[in-house]
Design a protein around this ligand. Sequence first.
Ligand code: FES
Length: 615
Amino acid sequence: MEYRIDVQPLGKQFLYGGEDDLLTALHDAGIDVESVCGGMGSCGKCRIHILEGKASDPTPQEGDLLSREQLAHGERFACQVYPQGDLSIYIPASSLTSQQKLQLDSQLEVSDTAPAVYSRDLEVEIPTTPGDPGSDLFRVEDALRTAAPGVEVRRVDLLGLRDIPKLLRENGGKVAALLRGEELLGLAPAGETPLGLAVDLGSTKVALFLYDLSQGIMLASRGFLNPQIAHGEDIVTRIQYAIEGNAPRLMQVVVEGINAALSEMLAETGHTRRAVCEMVLVGNTAMHHLFLGLPVEQLGKSPYLPATDLPLEVKARELGLELNPAAVVYMPPPIAGYVGSDHLAALAAARLWDNPGPCLLLDIGTNTEVALKVGDTIRSCSCASGPAFEGGGLSQGMRAGEGAIEGVSIDAGGKLELAVIGNAPPEGICGSGILGAMAALVAAEIVDASGRILEGVSGVERRDGELVFYLSPPGSDGSSGVAVTQNDIREIQKAKGAIRAGIDALLAEAGLGHDELREIILAGAFGTYIDPAAALSISLLPPVTLDRIKQVGNAAGAGARSMLLSTAMRSESEEAAGRIEYLELSSYPTLSTLFAADMYLSEKAVLEAKQRFKL
Ligand code: FES
């Protein structure tokens, strides 16, 4: 008898036919789940959620470490589970090994390849005797008519044209024409394949993907921290820095970062910059404007207007980018001052416009963009969630790197379990860690639904006059330990209140109840690594069943790649951008009351507050 095992959020399926426990079956299927105790049921590292299907009953080992409530919600240890039918399971990020987590980078595949730039190999005759008055360009066009009937050249890039005579003669007339629509970008030696670069310019991280455009294959990828961080962690500070006359500096550091990362990728893959004929860049509206040298002053004050909401095509050389001198940068349109082309790219990657809905898509970051699709209508808004979910503003917050606590659980007996990146000694806590900690502390009744740490409860102490709960105690060597403080909880409440208020406002505008949502798509790095069960339990997300939540990784990056490889995707996205209804939350009449209600840490308390506030 074989059973089908569906594994989320990896989107993998495999057949289970043996007598093995589920952990062994997952390993055999190439899914690397943590297993510190080697399957003895004592470490809890292989924790999973059973979403649907029948499995063996919980073992005494699970009963020791998991509460009755956790077991009732389908939480189990994979090493203790024996499938007894088709199963759908969810593996939280804290149970996956680092290598597996990397594979989550983006699960949205680029399916369609019809790029804007393509090449055609030509054989161009080069006259050696007087008598033929045709120009080199005339002969290239003539050869092109033979090699690619139907291809019309109406424009030639000037820098590309300057190189044509030399390239023709150096290569004995055997060349490749590099074309973009009706523009001849220039020539290259025959057989040279055009490359393209997709860039997701985030305010924290920049992700680059180098593609072979003719085959639609990714050759290399790179990521680096946005060097603008040195001039301000948040967008408002950077806008202020730009207004003070430093806009060119902000543009320059990003361009230099992209040039350096591209050089590395070209060296790694054995290509030259001449092959890179196109780039697609997505980013929030401030990043978009700073990259193009557009004014940003108006973005910083109400009504937060972008300088343009049109798609743009700019020669890369005008921006100082070291690609083929004739290369073009395509920038999809921003939607509004605080909803950028990265949001549009995320919608494109998830093909939200084809989703039957009703569904939500969230890209959680310093600003969290939320889209709600109902029928044919897509409404979007931007929530000022702040940096707390990226570890910012927390007493011991840090980015998700080695030593960051990324998962916290407290079992029925009060035993604390931590997942630390790199299995290193805990040094701080990252966004997914603080979210897990909040959920665990509320479930263990150490923090109440209003966010108050309860004095007198085991594990709660005072540090410098403030109530704290130690996740990792101070060491005898004088190390400070890692604690969740009352202030940390308030910061997270503000972040989650802002996001949930945005969701609630969109739902109210659409006249839709939570129970009508068929899917919630979580995009972005934070959205990938959070435990959706924890997000639901502190009411960051509206109450839906776990199986309706899908984590898709870096959707903005996947959208940029998709637009690089497909002109059809560009057209679809531009058309969608024109009909997205933008909801400006800062002028939404009940926003502050919604925010106050949505700061509570359980759905019941949120509902009660809404009733009290007559929402
Ligand atoms: S591997 Fe340790 S509990 Fe499953």
